[in-house]
Write a protein that binds this ligand. Structure first.
Ligand code: NAD
Length: 496
């Protein structure tokens, strides 16, 4: 069985003491093994990054950007190979994997603008003959730790801009679907990146803990579940590192009585069930304002859900594929059963779904649960599966109170034709990313991505302009060249 190793100092490392199965979730079969790096292997990767850092930092930013330009072309040329690997190990249908890759490439494109975004700030004559400017200097070795659900896009939220800012990088991708991440790392070297500037170690907690505690790592970016995000943030900051840790979500859409219901039904279907609901921006709660709209919404969704196609990643006709693992399938089914036991109505039931030809795949069909209330476990926690809960409220205000009270604050959406309601909603909702008739308001690469409350720990959001600030430290230089005409005597008061 093939082993997926590490990429350190531009070379493959396949030696290991521990390894783990990697599944093809569509078939439920083990397809390969991934090496789990021990402390020594991660330290080798950090050493490689540390050695490569000075020359890379001093490489003109325009030259660094030229590598990113070549990288973008290589990613496009290898798109099918990348998406095939995502499909094999994640289970995402090819069209969805292509969407993920495209959003990742957008971050590469934004990183190509590094010469522009790193120009800094300059003020002439802040005092007589005195000029002052701020530079944004690289941090050194930075690390990224990423989740299974976007094995290509989420790493590309991090390393393109981190590298363009002059840092060297150690990435620890998800051990559940590492092959697509390894391929995009190889392509980066084909694009001309010097050895050691970007390293990938596969692994689990041992690898992560080494990155969190090694004093040579200056900053850590994390994306994953909230309990792990909290651990990462507290450990990294306790070890003196800069850290941003993005966590889980429970994204609500409020459907107002005046909404274009057909449009809302169609977009809710894609946003709830696309990628089997394994997206941190998946819309998992529909909050219907008034029983009339709730009944029509449930009817519309129920009808459309008869046409949902769940199956193997390789069939382009499928709407979504399997869950990542048997454990995740069982967990999702447990949440459905718990809502039922708590008194909710399972209108469309995806439990025990069988896909012809794939009896052992990790499938759950699209599930619609009505009459969900805020006290239910299925409402309070992130399910991360193809499950849409309907909560009934009497007013938009009541719906907003629910959202604002929730532990998570990643994304949300309001369906309405009322501009005043939309403005009130976006002004007052306690959520980081807001859509108005847009179900998945994932910011484009030249804005930044992040939630509020227990969906993000840290001060800056991911990618876009915030990434430039996260991956650099400001240095402000104030300069004067004394001359006969500008020369000061002794002055003991504060300069003003
Ligand atoms: P996860 O938290 O299980 O794993 C994420 C990373 O942390 C992996 O690299 C994993 O190896 C590592 N890890 C796991 N357990 C660890 C431990 N005990 N100590 C140290 N490191 C550990 O998350 P996942 O299941 O891979 O991804 C799904 C989660 O990620 C969901 O909660 C989803 O909402 C979240 N997510 C959030 C965003 C966002 O932008 N907010 C984006 C994508 C995914």
């Amino acid at each position: 069985m093939s082993i997926i190793g590490h990429l350190i100092n531009g070379e493959s490392h396949n030696d290991y003491t521990r390894s783990q199965d990697v599944y093809n979730p569509s078939t439920g079969q083990v397809a390969s093994q991934v090496a789990l790096a021990d402390k020594t292997t991660v330290e080798q990767a950090i050493s490689a990054a540390q050695q490569a850092f000075p020359a890379w930092r001093d490489t003109p930013v325009a030259k660094r950007a030229q590598i990113m330009f070549r990288y973008k072309t290589l990613l496009e040329e290898n798109a099918e190979r990348i998406c095939e690997l995502v499909g094999q190990q994640h289970g995402k249908i090819v069209h969805d994997a292509m969407g993920e890759l495209t959003r990742g490439i957008e971050n590469v494109e934004y990183a190509c603008a590094a010469p522009e975004v790193l120009k800094g700030e300059h003020s002439r004559n802040v005092g007589p003959g005195i000029d002052s400017w701020s530079e944004f200097q690289a941090l050194g070795v930075v690390a990224g730790i990423t989740p299974f659900n976007f094995p290509v896009m989420v790493p590309m939220w991090m390393f393109p801009m981190a590298l363009m800012c002059g840092n060297s990088f150690v990435l620890k991708p998800s051990e559940r679907d590492p092959s697509a991440t390894m391929l995009i790392a190889e392509l980066l070297h084909q694009a001309g990146l010097p050895a050691g500037v970007f390293n990938v170690v596969n692994g689990d907690k041992e690898a992560v803990d080494t990155l969190l505690t090694d004093p040579r790592v200056a900053a850590v970016s994390f994306v994953g579940s909230t309990p792990i995000a909290e651990y990462i943030y507290s450990t990294a900051t306790a070890n003196g590192k800069r850290c941003q840790a993005l966590g889980g979500a429970k994204n609500h859409a409020i459907i107002m009585p005046d909404a274009d219901l057909d449009n809302a039904v169609n977009s809710l279907l894609g946003a709830a069930f696309g990628s089997s609901g394994e997206r941190c921006m998946a819309l998992s709660v529909a909050v219907a304002v008034g029983d009339e709209i709730a009944d029509r919404l449930v009817d519309g969704l129920t009808q459309q859900m008869q046409n949902l196609k769940v199956g193997a990643y390789s069939d382009k006709e499928n709407d979504f594929g399997p869950l990542i693992s048997a454990e995740q399938r069982d967990k999702v089914e447990m949440y459905i059963s718990s809502a039922e036991a708590d008194g909710a109505t399972v209108v469309v039931d995806g439990r025990n779904t069988q896909v012809a030809g794939y009896p052992d795949g990790f499938y759950v069909g699209g599930t619609l649960i009505d009459h969900v209330t805020e006290t239910m476990k299925a409402y309070q926690e992130e399910i991360f599966g193809p499950v849409l809960c309907v909560v009934r409220v009497d007013s938009m205000e009541q719906g907003m109170q629910l959202i604002n009270k929730h532990q998570f604050g990643n994304g949300t959406c309001l369906y309405t034709r009322d501009g005043e309601a939309a403005r009130y909603f976006s002004d007052n909702i306690q959520v980081g990313m807001v859509g108005i008739n847009i179900p998945l308001p994932v910011p484009v690469s030249y804005h930044s991505f992040g939630g509020w409350k227990r969906s993000l720990f840290g001060d800056l959001h991911a990618y876009g302009p915030d990434a430039v600030r996260f991956y650099t430290k400001r240095k402000t230089i104030t300069q004067r060249w004394p001359s006969a005409s500008v020369r000061e005597g002794v002055n003991f008061s504060f300069p003003s």
